[in-house]
Design a protein. Structure first.
Lengths: 506, 572
């Protein structure tokens, strides 16, 4: 159990404050904020320590026997740290944002309690050492997110919550079946780079194929793979910080991360190719990418457009993993981070527009750049990043996915990327153009100023800071992608352990 | 050190754009706008040969350098942006939205300068996109419906060009195994990669049949923006071709022939459609399509005649510099209509500044056009090409006649709206315009004195009968046409030729779809009792859910679920 205390501390740095917040009375605002920010800050610091340790080559492992033969295992490898540091950083920003966003609204103790629970579950998923542990945290995440989705209590929110639970619990059941079956078949092995199922390929090929499909259905609901995606665009009725959590930090990412783990660390790329599993996954990812973009084009609601864009963008991750070659996997893994940073920026911006000026539709965005220049600038950075223009984060992904597709001998994927970029441009450029170049003649409605008085900046600083921070982060990770500690550098490190990495230097 | 010098060229305009964006009210910042091109100009003039820098942390490794071709393009680009920027400063003086114009101006400038220095695929793509997308803000600046329409066409084609270029670069880089432009060209892109690169860059260069954004965007944009669009930005596509196409010892016959064909077609069709236009700036846009056609032909010839490729590339570069300066000056001329002076010496200068760039484009001896045209045709003298290609030299010469007619038509239409300056002469505009116009005489001098080693030209190349007869022919044709149709309604082709067809097709398709669409199904009728039952069930369900939102309940359920999960696992 060397270093296992650190993993537990990371888990409890959000779980502890979360539980404490549940029992805080509504009016103890200062203490609640302190607990929230303290937890988020502690987690950030601890993940930093872990990052330094893993970089040094230290091993971190914690296990707790659940029942004979099955342990609850926490472990830290480079891949889990990728996800853990992403959610730690983004959680910190989202906490700041949520405090600003929910200022003065009712039932905040409940909200922040579940909020912290959600993030604990996400970090648990990131640090899980085997499929059983993964499943446990995955289901906790499902349940802890639901109260956040229905937080507003409106009929639309309740409907979204119902759909969310329907989808995720059913998929959870499928996943449960698959994982128990797999455990009976192969034992409760820990995640191993390259997979641990080669021995069964001869005797149980069909079973493994069926299991893979079940696992993909189980994870695919959260990763919003077509046709299992319908809950996501409807869940956008939730408050903006929850959308950020759903789309960037936790839920969707958990699904994608599960797929990454299964393909890379349970089956292993070689076995997955041999059984013909990646080909199917590739087609589904490609269909999702195009379908999500087309749907996004058809809606005028800003948040709904962003939600459909998530459906499309998360499948870039799946696409990269399914390419099952070094460059493709780099593109997929790095998009886990890049999509998170970019999409959280966009959802924060949408939240700012809605809170500050009451804007919900793209057709209302005309001239917003003059009233809220910084938010609009962040939105522009996010939108251009999603299209995949350099030097923003999205380009790094697209470039590697393109090279990876050619390396895998599948040039049609490049066509998918081109088509998707065109569609992305078609639905992300109009709001940007309206915001900067449109004209607004009548004065703005100012719901925020109406109830909270004038603000020093274009909006409340707690709403503005996270937006600017994540937008700058999205620019920096793209601009300095060549540095060793950038997400790209880190992902290259992960992939190098499994594959011989081809060089595409100068 | 060299890294800082190279990076400063795109960074200075970028930083100024940020400052102007943050403090739009500062008049002092606005006055700096033209000078943001100065580092580029300084680098073009003073950089030691072989200046380069590799920045491995930036993007996925960035390589910037000034090579001989790049130096010429850098000088043209920075110089033209500087002159047009000075013009813009006085042109936009009373524009309430001028800071927005300046921000887009500076962003496009940064992209245009950066893409010349970029020597690797990613940096090239970065600056190329920055320029393309920022220029959209210049095209739609006036905010008129015409500008929005032009902007839409421009943006669609620009984004299309972007993604085609992206796909082409990925294919080419993958085949080369390296991302530097030199390595990509050395690995000879083939098949799809080649097609995508030619198309992606060709949209920017106004290549047929993707040229139709030019005659829409140029008249819609403010005068100085049209000048840089036509003079500098469309040259980016040309530069991209020079850097990425397999112009090496083996050449590429198929692509070469295709480019010569497309180029010559553009040279003549541009003139044919152009003379049927009415507005001066549209005429100039069609002239740009025609002139870019000549440069495209030059690239095609370099692919067909590998042994002369060094000469031809240098000649195309010279032609690009000549055309950029002359066309920039002509666009500024279009913006001088209300500056017709009163005094005689000023009128002489006005006429000189107007005629010089026009004559240079037509290729009159002793102008920059004469040198550029002779340089381009020089390697064709021998029996170098076979088949229909053998007529290339003659066709290139004939194109000058078309240019003459087109420019006469421009001057005629332009003269119609000439007005005397109401409140005195606008000196900054005159300086910028006159300076650019005089380049038509200074450029050949400079080329002959400090000539590039790849292009050893002499004074004899400044004149020749092959320069004079097309101009004479053009004058004759123009005279005939003028006498013939003087008092009649001239036939017209709508501006943006193919764009009009595309828009009509699009509208038609939408109408057809709407007509074909079936009416929606009637809402199913449910018996009243059933509906009441369903509503009741839903109400009860929602009440239950609302109870679930109380955290005590969900907490309890949550613990129960966790316990259940654990027990199931234990039993399993």
């Amino acid at each position: 159990m060397d270093g296992g205390w650190l993993l537990l501390a990371i888990l409890f740095s959000s779980l502890g404050p979360g539980i404490a917040i549940f029992f805080l009375p509504e009016h103890r605002q200062g203490l609640r904020t302190a607990l929230n920010l303290g937890g988020a800050g502690t987690k950030l610091a601890l993940v930093g320590v872990l990052l330094a340790g893993v970089l040094r080559g230290d091993e971190y492992h914690f296990s707790l026997p659940l029942m004979p033969g099955i342990d609850l295992v926490l472990a830290a490898d480079a891949l889990s740290l990728l996800f853990a540091s992403l959610s730690a950083v983004l959680w910190f920003v989202t906490t700041v944002y949520a405090i600003g966003y929910l200022e003065g609204s009712p039932r905040r103790s409940r909200f922040f309690g579940f909020f912290s629970l959600c993030v604990s579950a996400t970090v648990g998923i990131a640090l899980s050492g085997n499929l059983i542990t993964f499943l446990i945290f995955y289901e906790i995440l499902t349940l802890a997110t639901w109260p956040l989705v229905v937080h507003r209590g409106t009929p639309a929110a309740l409907r979204a919550g119902r759909l969310y639970l329907g989808y995720t619990l059913t998929s959870g059941l499928v996943l449960f079946t698959a994982i128990v079956w797999l455990t009976l078949l192969a034992g409760a092995e820990g995640f191993t780079p390259g997979g641990y199922l080669e021995g069964l390929a001869e005797t149980h090929a069909v079973t493994l194929q069926v299991l893979f499909v079940l696992l993909m259905v189980g994870f695919g609901v959260k990763a919003a793979l077509v046709p299992l995606h319908s809950w996501l665009p409807i869940a956008m009725v939730a408050p903006a910080p929850v959308s950020a959590l759903l789309h960037a930090v936790a839920v969707v990412k958990a699904g994608a991360f599960g797929i990454i783990r299964v393909v890379n660390d349970v089956y292993g790329a070689e076995l997955a190719i041999e059984l013909g599993l990646t080909a199917g996954l590739l087609v589904i990812a490609a269909v999702t990418i195009i379908y999500g973009s087309i749907q996004a084009l058809r809606t005028d609601d800003l948040k709904q457009r962003l939600a459909f864009s998530t459906v499309s963008q998360v499948s870039y991750i799946i696409l990269g993993v399914a390419l099952a070659g070094p460059l493709g996997v780099i593109g997929g893994l790095v998009h886990l981070v890049h999509q998170g940073i970019t999409k959280i920026t966009l959802f924060f911006c949408a939240g700012n527009f809605a809170e500050t000026l009451g804007i919900h539709r793209i057709s209302e965005l005309d001239g917003v750049g003059r009233r809220m220049p910084l938010t609009m600038l962040a939105f522009t950075a996010g939108a251009l990043g999603m299209i995949g223009l350099p030097p923003l984060a999205g380009f790094v992904t697209k470039w590697h996915l393109g090279l990876g597709a050619l390396e895998a001998g599948m040039p049609w994927i490049l066509g998918v990327l081109v088509l998707s970029s065109l569609l992305n441009a078609a639905y992300f450029l109009p709001p940007v153009i309206r915001g900067w170049l449109g004209e607004r003649r009548e004065p703005w409605h100012e719901p925020l100023q109406a109830h909270a008085g004038p603000t020093r900046f274009e909006t409340h600083w707690m709403l503005l800071f996270p937006v600017v921070f994540t937008a700058a982060l999205g620019l920096l990770v793209g601009l300095y992608a060549g540095l060793g500690l950038s997400p790209l550098g880190w992902v290259s490190l992960i992939v190098q352990r499994d594959y011989a990495l081809p060089e595409f230097g100068l | 050190m060299s890294g800082a010098a190279l990076l400063a060229v795109p960074l200075v305009p970028l930083l100024l754009a940020v400052f102007i964006g943050l403090r739009p009210g500062r008049a002092r910042l606005n006055r700096l706008v033209p000078w943001a091109a100065l580092p580029g100009l300084a680098l073009a003039a003073l950089a030691p040969p072989g200046l380069e820098a590799t920045l491995s942390g930036l993007l996925m490794g960035t390589h910037l350098a000034v090579d001989p071709t790049g130096r010429a393009f850098l000088g043209l680009t920075a110089g033209l942006w500087l002159a047009a920027g000075l013009f813009a400063l006085s042109d936009r003086r009373d524009d309430p939205r001028r800071h927005r114009f300046y921000v887009f101006w500076l962003l496009a400038l940064a992209g245009n300068l950066g893409l010349i220095l970029a020597q690797d695929a990613i940096a090239f793509y970065l600056f190329f996109s920055l320029m393309s997308l920022s220029a959209y803000g210049l095209v739609i600046h006036s905010g008129k419906p015409e500008a929005w329409r032009a902007g839409r066409v421009y943006l669609i084609l620009a984004v299309l060009g972007e993604v085609l270029l992206f796909a082409g670069l990925v294919l080419a880089v993958h085949a080369a195994g390296q991302s530097s432009l030199a390595a990509v060209a050395a690995a000879r892109p083939e098949g799809w990669a080649l097609v995508l690169l030619v198309l992606g860059l060709g949209i920017k260069a106004g290549m047929l049949p993707l040229h139709f954004w030019l005659p829409l965007a140029h008249p819609a944009a403010p005068v100085p923006a049209s000048a840089v669009l036509s003079g500098a930005m469309i040259k980016a596509g040309l530069l991209g071709w020079m850097r990425l196409l397999p112009i090496d010892a083996a050449g590429h016959a198929v692509l070469g022939e295709a480019l010569v064909l497309l180029g010559l077609a553009a040279a003549f069709l541009g003139v044919l459609v152009g003379v049927l236009q009415v507005r001066p700036k549209t005429l100039l846009a069609y002239s740009s399509i025609s002139q870019m056609g000549l440069m495209t032909t030059g690239i095609g010839l370099a692919l067909l005649l590998p042994e002369a490729r060094g000469w031809l590339l240098a000649a195309v570069t010279l032609y690009a510099v000549h055309h950029g300066l002359a066309k920039g000056a002509l666009f500024l001329t279009a913006g001088m209509q209300r500056q017709w002076p009163v005094t005689r010496p000023a009128r002489t200068a006005f006429a000189l500044f107007t005629l010089l760039p026009a004559l240079a484009l037509a290729g009159l001896p002793f102008t920059s056009g004469a040198l550029a045209k002779n340089a381009l045709k020089e390697p064709l003298a021998a029996e170098a090409l076979s088949g229909w290609l053998a007529h290339t030299e003659w066709l290139l010469t004939l194109a000058a006649a078309g240019t003459t007619v087109l420019l006469l038509r421009f001057l005629w239409r332009w003269r119609a709206d000439l007005e005397t300056a109401a409140d005195g002469l606008d000196r900054p505009r005159w300086w910028a315009w006159g300076g650019l116009s005089l380049m038509a005489l200074l450029l050949p001098l400079a080329t002959l004195l400090a000539g590039p080693t790849a292009l050893p030209l002499s004074v004899h190349d400044l004149y020749g009968s092959s320069l004079l007869w097309p101009v004479m022919l053009g004058l004759g044709l123009a005279l005939l046409a003028w006498r013939g149709v003087r008092d009649r309604e001239t036939p017209r082709v709508p501006e943006g030729d193919l764009a009009v067809l595309a828009e009509a097709a699009w509208d038609g398709a939408r109408r057809t779809r709407r007509r074909l669409a079936l009416p929606g199904p009637w809402p199913p009728r449910i018996p009243a009792r059933m509906r009441a039952l369903r509503l009741g069930a839903r109400r009860r369900l929602e009440a239950a859910e609302r109870m679930l939102t109380r955290w005590e309940t969900i907490g309890l359920l949550f613990s129960a679920a966790m316990l259940g999960l654990y027990l199931t696992l234990l039993a399993g």
